[in-house]
Ligand binder design. Structure first.
Ligand SMILES: [Zn+2]
Length: 472
């Protein structure tokens, strides 16, 4: 009799606990089994640097070696050619036409300065993983990714570590700090700024590739890290017809080569420190999935200029993409894929539901890619008359200048440098681009419209230092 009463009491207690767990929801669920996820974004890293050599010396030997452990995608495309829209695409899993984060900092007719922000209603990657029981953390170093630009959504303030323009060794220190207080499974976002101008890698990194070419004093002035961004902005304004004469002397071919060498030095510096951070994480957490990519590339006069954000040629939108981790078999993927699919890929890999339909394709699928890739830029601000859309298929590519009403078509197989636009009727490509634009608008949930946020003078100054606000 007593044991029957005890049994009833225990049953009642069990039912009460079950009911309360339903009411409380997630906290009583067991944490997901993992694996951990580390997303590494190297700002401004061209896809061709991973396997490149300079004077017979490999530029990024550590990442090239690491890529052999998993999937290396050699035809990955970013959804935009500069930081803010590109990183927004990575963390929302949406094209620019859908998330609407288009401009970095712009001024309206009344002189009010504003920046396009992620709508807080977007369930960004970190939020989705946090809701699934992942501990989240981020190290960011680009002014576009400050806590006040909404890129901190999904992170506790103490685990969103921002240090403006910090070099890779400092990112490593912050990554280590996150790791010390990590609770598996975790998601860490690490953003490296080294290949972004200006180039300040220690001299010995440049000298790894041999002595730098001899240059004149005027070249030296342009290459001075203090002037480098101003030089890029100056060249951009000239290219767009907004400035007639350069405020700098022309950079000689030797000067351009020094710039390329110093860029490679930054890539090498990042390569070593990223590898050290990966090794450290793997030592303590071998069950970790790593995704390494870039937000966009960098031009070195392939199409008449230097920098990024103003064109959609391959040097600016072709990005590295490496996925290494448990259950990812080594393979080189040659089909065209999109980095916008990283969010979708991660959720499929972790067995989580999409909070809303995500764009791009599952990169770990047997046959990844949708057969097409898209990229856009409107330039970094309203100051720049840039309005470009691009579509890529197996070997064909079209870039449409919406402002000028011109669509240029390239065959990337026979003309990978995009120097000879084809004399082909652009009607089919225009249809492809129109359909993509219409679909991007259609898919945006009505309650998640793009938002603009007023910004202060300090933020504008940071944007100017990065080259995203034109010199007055
Ligand atoms: Zn960037």
């Amino acid at each position: 009799m007593r044991s029957a009463i005890l049994l009833i009491l225990l049953l009642a207690l069990g039912l009460a606990m079950l009911a309360s767990s339903f009411m409380l929801g997630a906290p009583t669920d067991p944490p997901p089994a993992g694996p951990n996820v580390v997303l590494i974004v190297v700002d401004t890293l061209r896809a061709d640097r991973i396997l490149a050599e300079r004077n017979g010396v490999p530029v990024m030997p550590n990442l090239a070696e690491f890529a052999k452990k998993g999937r290396l995608y050699i035809n990955a495309v970013s959804a935009a050619s500069w930081t803010r829209p590109a990183v927004t695409s990575l963390i929302t899993g949406q094209y620019m036409g859908t998330h609407g984060v288009v401009y970095g900092v712009s001024e309206d007719a009344d002189g009010k300065v504003f920046a396009d922000n992620i709508n807080p209603r977007w369930p960004v990657l970190a939020e989705t993983l946090a809701a699934a029981g992942y501990q989240t953390g981020a190290v960011t170093t680009n002014g576009h990714l400050q806590p006040n630009t909404s890129f901190d959504q999904g992170y506790e303030p103490a685990r969103y570590l921002y240090e403006e323009d910090a070099p890779a060794d400092r990112v490593g220190v912050h990554a280590q700090q996150l790791l010390r207080s990590a609770r598996a499974p975790f998601f860490h976002y690490l953003h490296y700024m080294d290949p972004h101008a200006p180039y300040r890698a220690p001299k010995e990194y440049s000298e790894l590739f041999g002595p730098e070419p001899t240059i004149s004093d005027s070249d030296r002035e342009v290459l001075d890290p203090e002037n480098h961004i101003r030089y890029i902005s100056d060249q951009s304004l000239i290219r767009l017809g907004r400035r007639r004469e350069s405020i700098f002397q022309p950079l000689s071919e030797a000067g351009r080569e020094v710039l390329r060498q110093r860029y490679d030095a930054e890539c090498r510096f990042a390569d070593e420190h990223i590898a050290a951070t990966i090794a450290n994480i793997r030592k303590f957490y071998p069950k970790t999935l790593f995704i390494i990519t870039a937000d966009h590339g960098e031009e070195f006069w392939e199409h008449g200029g230097t920098g990024h954000g103003l064109t959609l040629f391959q040097e600016q939108i072709h990005v590295p993409l490496i996925i290494v981790g448990p259950r990812v078999l080594p393979r080189m993927v040659t089909t065209v894929v999109e980095s916008v699919g990283i969010y979708k890929t991660l959720l499929a890999y972790l067995g989580l539901n999409e909070p809303l339909p995500l764009q791009g394709s599952d990169l770990l699928a047997e046959a990844p890619g949708n057969g097409a890739a898209y990229s856009m830029t409107r330039g970094p601000s309203l100051d720049y008359p840039v309005d470009l859309d691009a579509a890529l298929e197996a070997s064909g590519k079209a870039i449409r200048d919406n402002g000028r009403g011109i669509t240029e078509i390239y065959n990337l197989e026979t003309d990978p440098a995009e120097q000879h636009p084809l004399a082909e009727d652009p009607a089919r490509w225009n249809q492809v681009l129109d359909a993509h634009a219409a679909e991007s608008e259609r898919i945006r949930p009505p309650r998640i419209q793009p938002i603009q946020k007023a910004v202060d003078a300090k933020f504008v100054e940071q944007m100017r230092k990065l080259g995203y606000k034109k010199e007055e």
